[in-house]
Write a protein of this length. Sequence first.
Length: 253
Amino acid sequence: MGILDLFRLDGRVALVTGASSGLGAVFAQALAEAGADVALAARRADRLADTAALVEEAGRRQLTVPTDVSRPEDCQQAAAAAMAEFGRIDVLVNNAGIGTAVPASRETPEQFRQVIDVNLNGSYWMAQACGKVMQPGSSIINITSVLGIGTAGLPQAAYSASKAGLIGLTRDLAQQWTGRKGIRVNAIAPGFFQSEMTEQYQRGYLEEKKSRILSDRTGDPRELAATLIWLASKAAGYVTGQTIVVDGGFLIT
């Protein structure tokens, strides 16, 4: 087996949450291009058709599953549907996430809880559901954020707290499952990539933050997907419990 063969995912099955658009769609397409069949989970089930088409264009099978990750029963149903269709789950990408930019003095309990329920709790419920059926050699990849490690000038207490919590969850699940179950658990902390969330930023915000990015640009989503394929594949077989920062040098300035 050559070194590049280690990055292939032929015969594998991935489940991607938040797969209806943005980075989730990019991740699903990349997994399919690497050889995996892909189960696509999202609340906006009507928008999964476009992502499903990307998977099929790459020559792989797909399954769409309406899923609200904040509901544990939905996570169980998504895992069960993937098992019924494909007979296995080898890769889980916990990508579903929402964010708010509300000053801490005005954020309501409902606003805070909603972000935690989706970004942190939802990742836990989905990891629980998939971890029960995953076999040794499987991989869980949690999509956290540089805002779980540092700050970027916006009032994002709920979002930052949820993403910091996800980094802690990643370490603990790796500690529990890598040795006992053979499941590697890692996280990716993206910097600034074009997505639905960045489209909500106030005008000029991203241009201002570029001065802190050593690479002097926002990231290409395919660069993020390449990191994800590495973590999902045998190429990262000795990597677990880690948070890989992909931010063009933003955090070190």
